[in-house]
Design a protein around this ligand. Structure first.
Ligand code: IMP
Length: 206
């Protein structure tokens, strides 16, 4: 990949797409979305891990579009729920569940669980797959806990309920910049971008 190359964001989640754009804004690449490339058939997330699902999505979109594809698979793991919903976070309360449905199920599941047992973390694996089969990954996590009330309007998904460690505001009360600086997605995408730069640097000098 070179400066100016195009990369398709292999997601249809508007919250995620907005964040990927913001986090990758400094890179010399053009980001496209499903609408720009005529869409793709639904991709079933059948993997058991974030990496497996991210690879499924990126490989499928690279194959359909003939372009490099960037996928993020992410989720929230709650200690009191033995790590659930994890890779099933988007479908916690059923297929095609809304964020509201998922949050309602999360809060119901934690009914009566005291603050000290509401530990949780977001995790993200981001992968870039090129049409010639190159695959680069980055990972990130963000520790915190599930609060007792929803607060804030930023972010998406579970953010109004998730309080990152070392603070009292929910993820949805942070600015986008503050969220990306500490978030699982920010860390995963910056790690991926660093690897990409290192690989390209090595190749051009070698
Ligand atoms: P998937 O990666 O498409 O399987 O979906 C990840 C799901 O995890 C999202 O639909 C959200 O429910 C949740 N999630 C992932 N990242 C975030 C985040 O940054 N904030 C809130 N919820 C998130």
């Amino acid at each position: 990949m070179k400066a100016g190359d195009t990369v398709v964001i292999a997601s249809t989640n508007p919250g995620k797409i907005a964040e990927v754009r913001q986090i990758m804004a400094g890179l010399p690449i053009v980001l496209l979305t499903s609408d720009d490339v005529g869409g793709w058939p639904e991709i079933e997330e059948t993997g058991d891990t974030y990496l497996a699902n991210a690879l499924l999505k990126a490989r499928a979109v690279a194959a359909v579009t003939g372009r490099a594809a960037l996928a993020d698979d992410s989720g929230i793991e709650v200690d009191a729920l033995d790590g659930a919903p994890g890779v099933r976070s988007a479908r916690f309360s059923g297929e095609r569940a809304s964020d509201e449905d998922n949050n309602a199920k999360l809060i119901e599941s934690l009914d009566g669980v005291p603050s000290e047992r509401r530990g949780a973390r977001y995790r993200c694996v981001a992968v870039l797959v090129t049409p010639d089969g190159e695959e680069i990954a980055g990972i990130g996590s963000c520790e915190g806990r599930i609060g007792n009330e929803a607060r804030g309007t930023g972010g998406f998904g579970y953010d109004p309920w998730f309080i990152p460690e070392r603070g009292s505001r929910t993820m949805a009360e942070l600015t986008a910049e503050e969220k990306h600086a500490i978030s699982h997605r920010g860390k995963a995408l910056r790690g991926l971008a660093d690897k990409l730069r290192a690989l390209r640097g090595e190749r051009s000098s070698g």
